[in-house]
Write a protein that binds this ligand. Structure first.
Ligand code: SF4
Ligand code: FES
Length: 267
């Protein structure tokens, strides 16, 4: 194994008023992820380091950090990506690479401690777009059994119907796109890329009738029109959700719904 140097931005509000950098030397091989390195630091060098993780397989979305200034999932990103080729190719195991990897908490979120950020604001934005199927089925007096049959029938989808929203359903709520979004950085009230992708995920679902309930959030002051289309959200998304495409689709839907509202009074 070779060694590399990792700088981690620490923040311990009860001990230091300001964040500070701490430097570690970490052994690695081809398969060492950023998350593995953080776990090595915690287990072998400094148990006080705090960070979130759970699945280690890019599913739970909890291990997001900035690596050299770019939002990444710690479990899906590898130390080898940041080290010079000549160092990786060298036979030397003792030397530490001159290149240092810098790990920081996700940008644009309030830091609670070390690499742990407050995700509440993000969750509020997700919740605002009503991220669940809204149907008319429950609004009538249909007996329960008949109601279940109706639901089973109406919930059937063709592969083409599924394909319309499937990409947006791949979101793991990691928040990387919010860290990449300059608009969210300037205005935390902006509903943001993942929430807009989530709204589209349900608006495009053939089983859903909740679009009218979601459009006020997308049409509003902090909705789709706040996006300045930098597109970095889609670049950093680890699941290829392409939230920037969702924002564009959301703008088309928003324009349509505003026109309908203008001419009919209905959104
Ligand atoms: S859209 Fe992509 S980057 Fe944004 S929260 Fe979902 S998975 Fe993460
Ligand atoms: S630990 Fe679950 S996504 Fe990285």
């Amino acid at each position: 194994m070779r060694n590399c140097s990792i700088a981690v931005q620490r923040y311990l509000p009860h001990e230091h008023a300001e964040p500070f950098w701490q430097h570690f030397t970490v052994p690695f091989d081809e398969s060492t992820s950023i998350l593995d390195a953080l776990n090595y630091i915690k287990e072998e060098l400094d148990p006080s380091l705090s960070f979130r993780w759970s699945c280690r397989m890019a599913i739970c979305g909890s291990c997001g950090v900035m690596v050299n200034g770019i939002p990444k999932l710690g479990c899906k990103d590898f130390l080898r990506n940041y080290l010079p080729r000549n160092y990786l190719a060298s036979e030397s195991t003792a030397a530490v690479s001159a290149a240092e990897i810098r790990i920081q908490p996700l940008a644009h979120f309030t830091v609670e401690r070390d690499l742990i950020v407050d995700m509440n604001e993000f969750l509020v934005h997700l919740e605002a777009v009503k991220p669940y199927l809204i149907t008319d089925a429950g609004a009538d007096e249909t007996p329960l059994e008949k109601h279940a049959q109706t639901l089973a029938q109406t919930n059937k989808q063709t592969p083409a119907q599924l394909a319309k929203y499937k990409q947006f359903a791949n979101c793991i709520n990691c928040g990387l796109c919010y860290s990449a979004c300059p608009q969210f950085g300037l205005n935390p009230e902006f509903v943001g890329p993942a929430a807009i992708a989530l709204a589209q995920r349900y608006n495009l679902d053939s089983r859903d009738q909740g679009k009218a309930a979601r459009m006020p959030v997308l049409n509003g002051h902090n909705g789709v029109w706040s996006c300045t289309f930098v597109g970095f959200c889609s670049d950093v998304c680890p699941k290829h959700v392409d939230p920037a495409a969702a924002v564009n689709q959301g703008k088309v839907e928003s324009a349509k719904s505003m026109l309908i509202q203008m001419f009919t009074g209905r959104g």
